[in-house]
Design a protein around this ligand. Structure first.
Ligand SMILES: C[S@@+](CC[C@H](N)C(=O)[O-])C[C@H]1O[C@@H](n2cnc3c(N)ncnc32)[C@H](O)[C@@H]1O
Length: 208
């Protein structure tokens, strides 16, 4: 598995870590223009640490669903091309707007990822959808946003079991979400995000 162009490994305080260039966002360590990408704070960062083949090469157009305050999407905008960042909660969106002020390729959208028709007039076709949305119906979010994804694009998704159903075994939840995803995507890979994130599964898929 190779890292996307623009993502590298560097030493921070004596420890090797992922890094991108850009302004710091969440108190991460910095060194000579590079900022540490902390995998415990980022599902995508954890995927790279765990060697998941995301298919991301750097420079691609991205639709990021569940941007929150911008911890992960800030790193994405550091190595990707135009990056549309959807978040429906106003409080984190205020922070995200500040993050975007330093990044001319990052476009925050205060929108509900379950209603892609509300941002279809803004978002261009994308090479990758990166999804980290804390909601029930995570497969349906990926399916309804598939309309933006190029035929040869990638879905890079972190399934959060507890957002689907706190009472069920995570493995049973993951199986159901994947079955539903298969109605619109071909699953290429899946991998637990432990030890960085409990009860989360990484899924890499492409449109069918
Ligand atoms: C785990 S957090 C995302 C963390 C972020 N991806 C990161 O790594 O920096 C999940 C986010 O999904 C957002 N969310 C949940 N349901 C959503 C929806 N339907 N549309 C947009 N955002 C949603 C929540 O407000 C929350 O900020």
């Amino acid at each position: 598995m190779s890292l996307p162009d623009g993502v590298t490994r560097r030493a921070f305080d004596g420890t090797q870590s992922l890094a991108t260039t850009g302004e710091p966002v969440y108190g991460e360590s910095t060194s000579e223009g590079w900022r540490q990408w902390v995998p415990d704070r980022s599902k995508l960062g954890a995927m790279f640490e765990l060697g998941v083949d995301t298919g991301l090469a750097g420079g691609e157009t991205v639709l990021y669903l569940g941007a929150a305050s911008g911890t992960t999407v800030s790193h994405v905008a550091d190595f990707a091309g135009p990056t549309y960042a959807v978040e429906f909660a106003p409080r984190p969106m205020r922070d995200l707007l500040e993050v975007a002020a330093d990044r001319d390729r990052l476009f925050p959208l205060l929108k509900d990822a379950r209603a892609p028709e509300t941002y279809a007039h803004v978002v261009e076709p994308v090479d990758a959808i990166i999804q980290d949305v804390a909601t029930r119906g995570q497969a349906d979010v990926a399916l309804s946003n598939r309309r933006f994804l190029r035929d040869d694009g990638r879905l890079v998704m972190a399934i959060k079991a507890r957002s689907e159903d706190v009472t069920r075994e995570p493995d049973a939840v993951f199986a159901d979400v994947i079955d539903r995803l298969k109605t619109g995507y071909e699953i290429l890979d899946r991998q637990s995000l432990e030890p960085y994130h409990d009860d989360h599964l990484a899924v890499i898929a492409r449109p069918r």
